[in-house]
Design a protein around this ligand. Structure first.
Ligand code: IFM
Length: 458
C-alpha cells in the first residue's frame, strides 16, 4: 500500500459517484421470462470451468429483489448506478425477435432508479453473449458485430428516453483474450488468432453501435469501457523497457489507438504476424474509421498495474509480468498500486485526450466474513478505496478530465471463473440466504459521499 495520506479528499461539484454491477453476475433468473442461453450458461455447465461448479443461475437473485436492491443503492447516497443489460433477455436468439418481458425488467430498473434520484448508466455488453451467436462463430466472426449493432439500437430505442449514458462494451480485452485466447472465460477457446479476431470484431461492434445509439437516443452520452493497466518496466534496462512497451501494446494501445483514430498499433501487428486480424484479412477497408466513431467519454476499469520483464521466447509477447516484492496484494493476488491510477489517468489525458474519463470500475477482493457483531470489518478494502480516490484526485489536479467514479461492486457477486469465492462488494451477500450486509467499506463510501455532498454538492 502506498504511504499517501488520503484525507482530506476534496473533489469538485457535479461529479458522478456510483456503484457498478453486471447482469450475469447478479441477476440470476437465468431461464425466466424468455431469456435465451448465454455463453456463460454453457461455460458454467461444463465440468471444471468454474470454481466449485458455481453458476449464475441464481447469483444475487437481483431479478427478484429489484426494489430492495434499488433501495440499497439509494441508501448509499450515490447519484449514479452502472448496470448491464443482458443481451439474451432482449434478443434471446442474438438477433431478430425482441423479448418484451426482457425489456420490461430494464424498464422497471431504470424507472426505479430515476424515482430514487439515481442516474442510470447502461452497459450494453458485459460478456453474456447469446449462445446462438457463439454457435455461429461468436466474436471470431463479423456477424457478431452486426448483431450487436442491431441489439444496441433496440435497447437505446427502448430506454434512451430515460437512459442518458450508454457504455457499448465492458472490457473487450477480457472478452477477446480470456474468452478466446486462454480459455479461462466463456466460451473457453484457446487460440491466439481467434482472440485477436474477436478483439477486432468487438471493436467493430462498438463502432457500428455508436451512431445507432445516437440515432435512437439523441443527446445521450456514449462511450466504451476498457480495462487498463499502467505498465512499468521491471528494471531500467532497454530490454525491460521494450517489454513494458509491448505489454502496453497488448493491454492498452491495441484498443486505445484504433478507438482514438490512430489505427491498430503497427508494432503489435508485426509481433502477432500470422495471428493478426490484418494478416488474416479480417480488417476490411473502412473498419478503422468505423471503430474511431467519436465518443463522449472513456470508461476506465482499473484494479492494478503491470510490471513487465523481457522474456525472450516466452509466449508471443516475449515478456512476463512480475510480482514486485514488498507490495501489498488483494485476495486475487493483484498488486495494490494506487499511484499507477494517477499515472494511467494522466497518460490517457496526454496521449488520447478523451472528452471525459469516468472510472467505471475500481475495487478489490478480500475473504470477508460477517462478524458476530454483525459487521464486515473490511479495513483493507476501505484503504484500497480511499487510496484510489486520492490517486484519482491527484490525476485531476494534474489535468486529467475525470468526471466520475464507480466502485466495483455494489455487492458480492458471481466472479466469473472464480464463482462465489471472490468477494468484491461493498455490500456482503450471504449466498445461502441472500441477506445483504453493508460492509465497513460501504459505510465509509456512504459517509464520504455525504461529506462531499455537504461541502460541494453532488
Ligand atoms: O467482476 C469483474 C467485472 O465483471 C469486470 N471487471 C473486473 C471485475 C473483477 O474481476
Amino acid at each position: 500500500m502506498s504511504n499517501r495520506t488520503p484525507d482530506p479528499l476534496r473533489f469538485p461539484a457535479r461529479l458522478t459517484w456510483g456503484v457498478a454491477t453486471s447482469s450475469y453476475q447478479i441477476e440470476g433468473a437465468a431461464r425466466e421470462d424468455g431469456r435465451g442461453p448465454s455463453i456463460w450458461d454453457t461455460f458454467c455447465a461444463a465440468p471444471g470451468k468454474v470454481r466449485g461448479g458455481n453458476t449464475g443461475d441464481v447469483a444475487c437473485d437481483h431479478y427478484h429483489r429489484l426494489d430492495k436492491d434499488l433501495d440499497l443503492i439509494q441508501g448509499l447516497g450515490v447519484n449514479a448506478y452502472r448496470f448491464s443489460v443482458a443481451w439474451p433477455r432482449i434478443l434471446p436468439a442474438g438477433r431478430g425477435a425482441v423479448n418484451p418481458a426482457g425489456l420490461d425488467f430494464y424498464h422497471r430498473l431504470v424507472d426505479g432508479l430515476l424515482a430514487r434520484g439515481v442516474t442510470p448508466w447502461a452497459t450494453l455488453y458485459h460478456w453474456d453473449l447469446p449462445q446462438a451467436l457463439e454457435d455461429e462463430g461468436g466474436w471470431r466472426v463479423r456477424g457478431a458485430a452486426e448483431a450487436f449493432a442491431e441489439y444496441a439500437a433496440v435497447v437505446a430505442g427502448a430506454l434512451g428516453d430515460r437512459v442518458r449514458h450508454f457504455i457499448t462494451l465492458n472490457e473487450p480485452w477480457c472478452s477477446a483474450y480470456l474468452g478466446y485466447g486462454i480459455g479461462v472465460h466463456a466460451p473457453g477457446a484457446t487460440d491466439l488468432a481467434a482472440s485477436f479476431a474477436a478483439s477486432h470484431h468487438l471493436l467493430l461492434a462498438h463502432g457500428l453501435a455508436v451512431p445507432l445509439i445516437r440515432e435512437q437516443a439523441p443527446g445521450a452520452q456514449v462511450g466504451i469501457t476498457l480495462n487498463l493497466h499502467h505498465t512499468y518496466p521491471a528494471s531500467d534496462s532497454a530490454a525491460d523497457r521494450a517489454a513494458a512497451r509491448r505489454g502496453d501494446g497488448f493491454q492498452n494501445r491495441w484498443y486505445l489507438d484504433p478507438l482514438y483514430g490512430r489505427g491498430y498499433p503497427q508494432d503489435m501487428v508485426a509481433l502477432l504476424g500470422e495471428a493478426s486480424p490484418q494478416a488474416r484479412g479480417l480488417v476490411r477497408p473502412g473498419d478503422e474509421a468505423l471503430i474511431a466513431a467519436p465518443t463522449d467519454f472513456l470508461g476506465v476499469n482499473m484494479y492494478s498495474r503491470a510490471v513487465m520483464q523481457d522474456a525472450p521466447g516466452e509466449g508471443w509477447l516475449h515478456a512476463r509480468q512480475i510480482r514486485p516484492q514488498g507490495s501489498e496484494y488483494t485476495g486475487f493476488d493483484w498488486e495494490v498500486a494506487p499511484d499507477s491510477l494517477t499515472d494511467l489517468l494522466v497518460r490517457l489525458e496526454e496521449d488520447y485526450a478523451p472528452g471525459a474519463i469516468y472510472i467505471t470500475e475500481n475495487g478489490s477482493t478480500y475473504p470477508d466474513t460477517v462478524s458476530e457483531d454483525g459487521t464486515v470489518h473490511d479495513a483493507e478494502r476501505t484503504r484500497y478505496l480511499e487510496s484510489h480516490l486520492a490517486a484519482m484526485q491527484a490525476a485531476m489536479t494534474q489535468g486529467a478530465k475525470v468526471r466520475g467514479y464507480f466502485a466495483w461492486s455494489l455487492m458480492d457477486n458471481f466472479e466469473w471463473a472464480e464463482g462465489y469465492d471472490k468477494r468484491f462488494g461493498i455490500v456482503h451477500v450471504d449466498f445461502g440466504t441472500q441477506a445483504r450486509t453493508l460492509k465497513q467499506s460501504g459505510r465509509w463510501y456512504r459517509d464520504f459521499l455525504a461529506r462531499t455532498r455537504e461541502t460541494v454538492g453532488v
